[in-house]
Design a protein around this ligand. Sequence first.
Ligand code: NAD
Length: 487
Amino acid sequence: MKTWQLYIDGKWVDAQDHRTYSVPNPATEEEIAQVPDASVADIDRAVAAARRAFDTGPWSNTPLEERVALLDRIADIIERRKDEFRDALVAAHGAEFVTHTQQLESPIRLIRNYAEIARRFPFEEMLPLVEQPLPSGSNLVSSLLVRQPVGVCALIPTWNFPLWVTSQKFAPALAAGCTMVVKPSPWGPIIDLMIAEVVEEAGLPPGVLNVVSGQAPEIGPALVEDPRIDMVSFTGSNATGMRIMEGVAKNLTRVHFELGGKSALIVLDDYDLDAAVPSASSPAFFHAGQGCAMTTRVLVQRSRHDELVSKMAAFVENAVKIGNPSDPSVLLGPVIRPERRGAIEEYIASANEQGADLATGGGRPAELDRGWFVEPTIFGNVRSDMRVAQEEIFGPVVSVIPFEDEDDAIRIANDSNYGLFGGILSNDTQRAIGMARRLRTGGVTINSAINSFQKPSGGFKHSGIGRENGRFGLEEYTELQVVMWPN
Ligand code: NAD
């Protein structure tokens, strides 16, 4: 079993007070690693290193070609070490085989894609000449738009798709010329520490990317509220996003937030119900429902509600094998920690109390006596005002809500504080696009189409601020500067 160290200023070091904590396998409850349990003093060291690296400029002054070549090298190294990453994702995060594309292949492609985008990105561009009377007598102004790196970034990713989420942050930050401190989720440090190994091997200069793992509640606030930080990029719950925003207000630090979701899938009346069942049911098993953009509310015409619910229940009962994701035939693994399972079970109890119809699941699989498992759970006849329809559960629970007509479906879909994502199933693409325009969400998938790499990913309302992926993600890590002179 490995004992990890922190990665600060290009060196592997113990936490200042030498504390470590244990990382369990959620499927077996066995310890798989010890990782450093950092204190505020370690955050201070890491921020100082990142600030120094930015201010002395070795990275932001590195020619773009070298920066993107390094991103490609990072992708190559992850590719070479794919089996180790896969093992860690399975053991520490319960990553089922069906999630491996998103967990492992997509991050590698994303990093390469950022290298490509950065090569074509307008870090400097001339704006059109503008006529403006000037004291010098000239009446034409030239303007150069410069996209400078935003500076020192605090990157706080989450644990559900850890390589994907951290890559969404460090790849554009590196491409832009920023330096950074990565503070992993206490429930997901190993992948971020492996990323530190990768950037070290790739030859990133010391201090540009630092990783400080720990579970003390004070280290997150110490990082984001440090006045040497120029930007906070956080992926997590909206409650924590609100706390971070309060904390950074005193420094007016820029924030980028990827927060929670309660996305709706609208099944239109022209769509075959059998064809709708796999995607409608998938949040009840895909990575145990631990995904921000999953369509955990399924909206269907009242006349077709009972049939859809019973088909979904039959599907998960027959198709979903539950167990340790080290077995590739397992479709539903554990949730990350026992406290998460407790929270999910409270939501299930609330749905039962508020009068939803439990169609399947709702308990723990009887055959598994170790690991933090929850059965795939489907509720029918959910009302939009119930807690399971309003709050993010982050577990394998789907709520089916009946609607009367298209306007009613849009009203219910938008009846949420969240606005991350949504889906429409229809054989009439133009009809579905028309409906999508009425949804207040950052993304809409029609018939499950996904463009992972170019799409701006992020949310309306309480689901976030800013966008990740593609050129939109790179823009987040830049500051605009305009330089003007008489022509
Ligand atoms: P969380 O809100 O519990 O965040 C925990 C993290 O925040 C930890 O690293 C903790 O140290 C840090 N933290 C807590 N208080 C802080 C403070 N005051 N200042 C700075 N840091 C602080 O979320 P989680 O459990 O890690 O993630 C689950 C959530 O992530 C879900 O809501 C999910 O929807 C969301 N998510 C969103 C996306 C997206 O792209 N929108 C992707 C994946 C997950």
